[in-house]
Structure formats: C-alpha cells, structure tokens
Ligand binder design. Structure first.
Ligand code: ADP
Length: 286
C-alpha cells in the first residue's frame, strides 16, 4: 500500500514561449501511514508535484502509482482516487461557501452520494479531529477567525476519510500560535489514524518537528530524501540553494566545532537539550 512517482517530469505550456520544466525526473514511494514533509522554496515544484498525486495534473512523462496501480491506465477511476487522496490547497478557506460550518464540511461526503445522516456523522468526526468547537457548527464559516476557517477547510477534506492527506502550506498566513495548534492537531491525527500525511512547507523548522521523512525539492528536482536528521546533515548544500536547516542544527555544529562532545544531528530543541545535558553528564559537570 503506497503512493509512488516513477520518473515523473512535467512541462507547463510545452512548445510555447512560456514553456517551463516544473518537474524533472522525480521518483519516490511513500508507504501508507508515513508522515512526510515536502520542502523547497517558492517555484521549486512542490505544488505541481502534489497535484500529480491525486491526478489533478497529468505527468508529461513518467508514471504515478497508487496502491501499485498506474493511475494513467485506461479506465482508472480518478474520481475514487480523489476521495482516497485528499488535497487541501493553500489558503483553503477561500473555498468555503456553505451557510454554516457543518454543511460546508458535509459537502464532500454528500458529493460521494452518502445519506445525510452519514454525512453529518463524518463531518462531526472530521471537525473533532481538527479541534473545532461544537458550539460553532451552525455558524457561518465567513464569521470565523483565520485559524478556525482553516480548520473547517481541512475538516472538509477529512470528512471524505482519505487514506492520504496532502496539505499545501497549511499554516501560511497564520500567527505562530495558530500555526503550532494546526500542526499539533495534524500530528495527533496522524498518530491516531493510519493516514499518510504529506505536508508541503517552505519552513524547515516547522516540518522537522513533526515529520518522519523529508523530501527536498530544488528547481523541479528531488534534491534530498531521508529522515530530518539525514537531510539536515547536508545543511551546507541546503544553504547553497537558499534553504536553511533549523537554527538548532547550527547551534549544535558550532558547539561541536568549539570542542563540546555533542552530536550535531539534533533537529529539534528537545533533542539538542538532551544532547547538551548528555555532554555535561559525560564530562562530569553535572
Ligand atoms: P512551488 O509550489 O514549489 O512554489 P510550483 O509547482 O508552483 O512551485 O511551480 C514550479 C514552477 O512551475 C515555477 O517555476 C512556476 O513559475 C511554474 N508554474 C507553476 N504553475 C504554472 C502555470 N500554471 N503555468 C506556467 N508555469 C507554472
């Protein structure tokens, strides 16, 4: 059970003056249940890439496999794929339109042809997953705060019970508190379910704290792919392409260079604190 890209390339407006090679020979396989971050700065191909995963964009060359099946095969059920692989676009709150929150979240399951009662059940479950308070279920989505709107929009995709959830910059435009709350909730959701979560972000710091695997995109190519630790070992290469490792990685490398007995691989503040304490313990300083 997985979702995979095999040698995928994508060209916008081929043969015109606007021709743009947005993806170049990208391959990877994401097993069911993995929590993956896709990182890269603006224009590196992240959005184009994720739109291949649910068939919204068709590769110029290469294949996309969902659960081992080539999604470009004749007769492949794309509609079904789009309910299995849920995509939450950037600023999804602009796509809210129903009279109240619960109707908005019901929209997806209703479209799947499910009876009203089942739609509501799924909508409530999805809203709970994103920590949306029940007292606002009957409120117009337009009267909510930015963070709450974002939750409703994510719940709208979750209500279709996807096996794979893709979030394109889910925290864009939110304040730090709203950002942490949303990411914590997504992480909790991933812990509780067997859902694959693919988080697109340009912030290393955000993603390193949550994901088990990082895929780094640069100019349409897959540049690095590994655990955050493995990826941030290449921090000098990341810098060269305008991406930075989390601040804490730099601190640890500095400490190491100054003779402290620490592993510079820490990618989160907690890991760094443990490393530093361990170093003090080893040297008999505490
Ligand atoms: P990211 O999500 O990492 O910002 P995108 O996938 O949006 O990157 O874009 C990759 C490249 O493709 C960029 O150079 C971008 O300008 C170009 N691009 C994106 N969408 C279009 C489009 N609709 N038409 C032409 N070029 C596009």
């Amino acid at each position: 059970m997985s979702i995979a890209l095999e040698h995928v390339s994508y060209v916008y407006s081929p043969g015109t003056a606007y021709e743009k090679h947005a993806l170049k020979d990208v391959s990877f396989e994401i097993p069911q249940g993995q929590f993956v971050g896709i990182i890269g700065h603006t224009g590196s191909g992240k959005s184009t890439l994720i739109q291949h995963l649910n068939g919204l964009v068709r590769a110029t060359s290469g294949r996309v496999l969902y659960e081992g099946q080539n999604i470009y095969e004749d007769g492949y059920n794309m509609r079904e794929l789009r309910t299995r692989v849920g995509l939450v676009f950037q600023y999804p709150e602009y796509q809210l339109f129903e009279v109240d929150v619960i109707s908005d979240v019901c929209f997806g399951p209703k479209n799947q042809g499910l009876p009203q009662e089942e739609c509501e059940k799924r909508a409530r479950e999805a809203l709970e997953h994103v920590g949306f308070p029940e007292k606002y279920y009957k409120q117009s989505p337009f009267e909510l705060s930015g963070g709450q709107k974002r939750r409703v929009a994510i719940a709208g995709v979750l209500a279709m019970r996807p096996k794979v959830l893709i979030l394109d910059e889910p925290t864009a435009g939110l304040d730090p508190k709203g950002r942490d709350e949303i990411l914590d909730q997504i992480s909790e959701l991933h812990r509780k379910t067997d859902m694959t979560v693919i988080l697109v972000s340009h912030s290393m710091e955000d993603v390193a704290r949550y994901v088990e695997r990082l895929i780094v995109m640069n100019r349409g190519e897959k540049m690095l792919d590994g655990t955050p630790r493995e990826v941030f070992r290449h921090y000098k290469e990341l810098e060269k392409v305008g991406l930075a490792a989390p601040q804490v990685t730099y601190v640890m490398h500095d400490l190491k260079a100054r003779g402290f007995d620490v592993s510079p691989d820490a990618t989160t503040i907690r890991e760094a604190a443990e490393e530093i304490l361990g170093s003090f313990r080893r040297s008999g300083n505490i």
